[in-house]
Write a protein that binds this ligand. Structure first.
Ligand SMILES: *[C@@H]1O[C@H](CO)[C@@H](O)[C@H](O)[C@H]1NC(C)=O
Ligand SMILES: *[C@@H]1O[C@H](CO)[C@@H](O)[C@H](O)[C@H]1NC(C)=O
Ligand SMILES: *[C@@H]1O[C@H](CO)[C@@H](O)[C@H](O)[C@H]1NC(C)=O
Ligand SMILES: *[C@@H]1O[C@H](CO)[C@@H](O)[C@H](O)[C@H]1NC(C)=O
Ligand SMILES: *[C@@H]1O[C@H](CO)[C@@H](O)[C@H](O)[C@H]1NC(C)=O
Length: 414
């Protein structure tokens, strides 16, 4: 009997203790939750307070720092990221008033690949830490892999935001922007298409764009000149004997830089500040001297890495990107120029680009008196580009000047 009583007592005791422990635990849980959330709120207040002290800094930018450097040498082929084919886009530059604009092409393949509003230009207001970190996954010229934040940003933070679109329809025209893009290929020698080229609203040129003495074949106007720091400094040496004196410098010309590598950012810093370059390959050079007095911040544009990567990924993805020398493989300056025209013009006629019968012509149109062979450098996939131009022509996206066609030359734009 006594043992039964003590057993009941023990049971009651255990139940009571459990209940007390349970209540206590709940209470402490509740207490700790209140304390925790109170602290939490306090922390957020601190954060906002800090931000207010910092002025108008963005909330998310405060904590961010550059990701650790990624090195080209650590990859045996082009690395693939899940955000590789995602690009920044901008509002359309203008309403399309042109019925037969290439933007309205019904070609399925082209429609699938073409991003009419892809971001074209890099400037100080569209770069931030998350952009830096995203673009650090891509090698140059497609991004900042291998580069240090401070080295590059010193000049990127100087690039002014373009005040106007690269091109506008000409007043009194048909509402379309008609462009000619003139490459440097030998096919233009003896072509007599100079007047036809000059009849376009805008004429794009790149690299060793000598016109003086070649006007009958290549025209004499340049509205947009696309270059790298290398091409604008090396052209006088390569093309000097063919009459090249300086980059085109028509009144009101627009200059577009392809930021190809570190040396272009060093070039940019000197150019934008109106100083000499400090450090690197162009140390002590005065960039503004190379623009013959036509350099003007309002007419200077820097291509965006997303645009360059998009051109490679969607239109010119060379199998060489899977080879060991992948980091140097990229489209030619001529290819980037042609694609820039495709994204800023309504109609594009391409002259002096590589064609199937390239062996019949010299490497460059300036090589009039000596028949040279077309040189294939490992960093460009010339056959892929040649076939791409022909394909775009066959799909009626561009008109490619080819001499083997029964009716040589392209029609004048209306
Ligand atoms: C990656 O490249 C860097 C710089 O060339 C080198 O120091 C590092 O050892 C490489 N890392 C690996 C894992 O190979
Ligand atoms: C950083 O820039 C990108 C691209 O312009 C933009 O989409 C993003 O909102 C910006 N981020 C911040 C935190 O400002
Ligand atoms: C360039 O064109 C001229 C005129 O058609 C021609 O006489 C000359 O042989 C051409 N030069 C080359 C290298 O093909
Ligand atoms: C180009 O040639 C045309 C006709 O020969 C001439 O009127 C014009 O002034 C020239 N333009 C330039 C920029 O040299
Ligand atoms: C630069 O170009 C803009 C736009 O074409 C023009 O309004 C401005 O006067 C030019 N500035 C100089 C210094 O030439």
């Amino acid at each position: 009997m006594a043992s039964q009583i003590s057993r009941i007592f023990l049971l009651l005791l255990v139940m009571t203790v459990s209940l007390v422990v349970f209540i206590l635990s709940q209470e402490s849980l509740l207490k700790s939750w209140t304390v925790f959330s109170g602290k939490h709120e306090l922390r957020w207040e601190n954060v906002f307070f800090d931000i207010n002290l910092w002025g108008q800094e963005e909330k998310t930018a405060v904590a961010e720092t550059p990701i650790p450097l990624l090195y080209r040498g650590n990859f045996t082929k082009l690395p693939q990221w899940d955000f590789d084919d995602v690009y920044n886009q901008d509002a359309p530059p203008r309403p399309t008033t042109c019925a037969h604009s290439l933007r309205n092409s019904q070609d399925e393949n082209f429609k699938k690949a073409f991003l009419p509003n892809i971001r074209l230009f890099l400037h100080k207001d569209n770069i931030n830490m998350s952009e830096w970190n995203r673009l650090s996954h891509f090698n140059n010229p497609f991004g900042f892999m291998d580069y240090k934040y401070d080295d590059v940003m010193a000049s990127v933070k100087l690039i002014p935001k373009p005040k106007e679109p690269l091109l506008l329809p000409k007043p009194g025209g048909d509402g379309c922007v008609h462009c000619a893009v003139v490459g440097t290929a030998g096919i233009l020698n003896g072509s007599k298409v100079g007047a036809e080229i000059d009849a376009h609203d805008y004429v794009f040129r790149m690299n060793g764009a000598v016109t003086k003495g070649y006007e009958e074949d290549v025209g004499n106007r340049t509205s947009v000149y696309v270059h790298t720091a290398h091409s604008i400094t090396a052209s006088p040496y390569f093309f000097g004997k063919y009459g090249y004196k300086s980059a085109p410098h028509d009144e009101g010309i627009k200059y577009v830089l392809i930021p190809e590598g570190m040396r272009d950012f060093q070039w940019l810093e000197g150019l934008l500040k109106g100083q000499e370059v400090s450090g690197g390959q162009f140390n002590k050079k005065w960039p503004r001297d190379y623009y013959s007095g036509q350099y003007n911040e309002s007419r200077f544009y820097v291509l965006h890495q997303d645009f360059l990567r998009y051109v490679r990924n969607r239109f010119l993805k060379s199998p060489n990107l899977n080879k060991k020398f992948w980091p140097i493989v990229r489209p030619t300056n001529g290819a980037f120029t042609l694609f820039l025209a495709l994204h800023t013009c309504d109609t594009v006629d391409a002259y002096g680009f590589m064609t199937d019968d390239y062996m019949k012509y010299s490497n460059y149109y300036v090589q009039k008196y000596i028949k040279t062979k077309v040189i294939f450098y490992a960093n460009h996939d010339y056959n892929l580009e040649k076939n791409t131009w022909k394909d775009l022509h066959n799909r009626k996206i561009i008109k490619l000047y080819q001499r083997t066609e029964p009716e040589s030359g392209t029609e004048k734009p209306k």
